[in-house]
Design a protein around this ligand. Structure first.
Ligand code: FMN
Length: 232
């Protein structure tokens, strides 16, 4: 079982940080992750004590306002490794990532997103914009023929891999948001993709500038059935 530590603020002593307690700020080391766990307990955790998987799930929420602070290289590398180890149809790995930090390119990509999209500003404000590129016509195909009536499975594979990235980011104390509502043809053009590739998602990545509001979910009882549709 992963070792975990819930540390009282006064027990910690490196790097200045402001906290949601409303009173004193205190010092934290740079490799410390702070978050509310699923019991709404504020947890301070060092990377040497990996976060409980279920706490990572609870901690991940869409972040739409970012601090400008860059993502440290070694942290980014771990997050990208999490993407890399994702499963895919027959291990096709029909994916590529384009990491955008250039403001001009971010601005062009923002033009592919409606200004009514709640993540419109995040496209520019997050220090890093991850563009998830899918290679079409390989996942879900066998010898060039569709293996299932569903056709291309690249969207499915990419969903899994991007969520790996998103959860790893949450474990690292980083925020992300999946952005799927954009003009993917224009975005593919901005990034100069060949015709067999398409931008599937844009994922702003960086440190959250606020504590996001938790979005409710349907209760299990509404959608889990036993031995047939609608059977409880
Ligand atoms: C495939 C996909 C596409 C999404 N596209 C957008 C988007 O274009 N803009 C946005 O602000 N949020 C987008 N979201 C985020 C969802 O709105 C968000 O996950 C949902 O409301 C639940 O909130 P939570 O992530 O904070 O739990 C997308 C999420 C997914 C999974």
């Amino acid at each position: 079982m992963a070792q975990r530590a819930i540390i009282k603020p006064h027990a910690v002593g490196w790097g200045r940080e402001s906290l949601p307690f409303g009173e004193k700020s205190f010092f934290l080391p740079p490799d410390v992750v702070k978050f509310y766990n699923r019991n709404r307990t504020f947890v301070i955790q060092n990377r040497r004590f990996p976060m409980d998987f279920y706490d990572v799930l609870a901690k991940r929420q869409s972040v739409r306002i970012y601090k400008p602070d860059p993502v440290p290289g070694e942290v980014l590398n771990r997050v990208l490794e999490a993407f890399r180890c994702a499963p895919s149809w027959a291990n096709t790995q029909a994916w590529e990532l384009i990491l955008v930090t250039d403001l001009e390119i971010k601005k062009q990509l923002q033009q592919t997103v409606s200004d009514k999209n709640p993540s419109y500003s995040a496209i520019i404000d997050a220090p890093l914009l991850v563009c998830a590129v899918g290679i079409t016509g390989s996942s879900g195909y066998y010898k060039g023929q569709q293996a299932t009536k569903r056709g291309d499975w690249v969207m499915f594979d990419m969903g899994i891999a991007v969520e790996h990235l998103v959860l790893a980011a949450a474990a690292e104390g980083l925020g992300t948001v999946h952005v799927g509502l954009f003009d993917y043809e224009k975005a593919s053009h901005v990034l100069g993709l060949p015709s067999d590739r398409t931008v599937i998602e844009l994922i702003p990545l960086g440190y959250a500038a606020y504590e996001p509001r938790r979005v409710p979910r349907k209760p299990l009882n509404d959608f889990v059935f036993k031995n047939g549709y609608g059977k409880k």
